[in-house]
Design a protein. Structure first.
Length: 235
């Protein structure tokens, strides 16, 4: 792939290595990973437990410091980036984790508003409307004012998805987003992420073990022992 496409790609990873631990306990976890992700695509990272897929995801998503090699995220090189720049970049991203991390004392709508980094108690009517709209998109239009304690595990995870999407992120990083969901909910969440790619150009990079959603992926990258062992474009 030429340099021009690398420059405009939402994520471009070059010669990425990563270690955990210090001294004698230092162990290499990622070996020479090279990936350029196309805008608006749904890319799935697969591999056995301990293969390095979540580490690669967190390095791409500016959640972990790049030690060796290059990661370009939305045109910014992450190796050596300042914390202020990292914060600015993270604001343009959406994150969905296996643990939904909802605030138990806030309603579904209020939890989604947290995705807008809204400070203070008075959210604008427009922001509340955006939060309610995205909850309706994930099928929770009748649960807008429910507390997490009154939602099922799958519903909580959909609130977390809505929180990640409410700010119209340029890239969504998702780590096992369907783990807590039943088959239909899991597929509908991934279909929604795919539709956002087509409608808004949102790029999704997802770690999953979920074979049910592989047919929706544009690309499947498989890691083993910290190395890419296959990289298949689906469509």
């Amino acid at each position: 792939m030429d340099d021009l496409s690398n420059a405009t790609a939402p994520v471009a990873v070059k010669g990425l290595n990563h270690w955990f631990g210090k001294g004698d306990a230092r162990k290499q976890a990622i070996w020479d990973v090279n990936v350029t992700v196309a805008k608006g695509s749904l890319t799935v990272l697969m591999g056995p437990s301990g293969s390095g897929k979540t580490t690669v995801l967190t390095l791409m998503g500016c959640l972990r410091d790049v030690q060796d090699g290059g990661v370009r995220l939305l045109g910014h090189e992450l190796n050596g980036i300042s914390e202020a720049q990292a914060v600015m970049l993270r604001r343009q991203l959406g994150f969905i984790f296996q643990a939904h991390n909802l605030h138990e004392s806030l309603t579904a709508t209020q939890n989604v508003l947290m995705g807008l980094e809204v400070h203070g108690r008075h959210n604008s009517a427009q922001q509340v409307q955006a939060a309610r709209h995205v909850l309706q998109l994930v099928g929770l239009g009748d649960r807008l004012d429910y507390l997490p304690a009154n939602l099922s595990g799958g519903q909580k995870q959909r609130v977390a998805v809505a929180r990640a999407l409410v700010s119209n992120p340029k890239i969504v990083f998702a780590d096992e987003p369907t783990a807590a969901l039943d088959k239909d909910s899991g597929k509908s969440v991934v279909e929604m992420l795919k539709a956002l790619g087509q409608q808004r150009g949102t790029t999704t990079i997802m770690v999953t073990h979920d074979n049910r959603i592989l047919e929706l992926a544009d690309r499947i990258i498989t890691l083993e022992d910290g190395r890419i062992v296959s990289d298949e474009h689906q469509h």
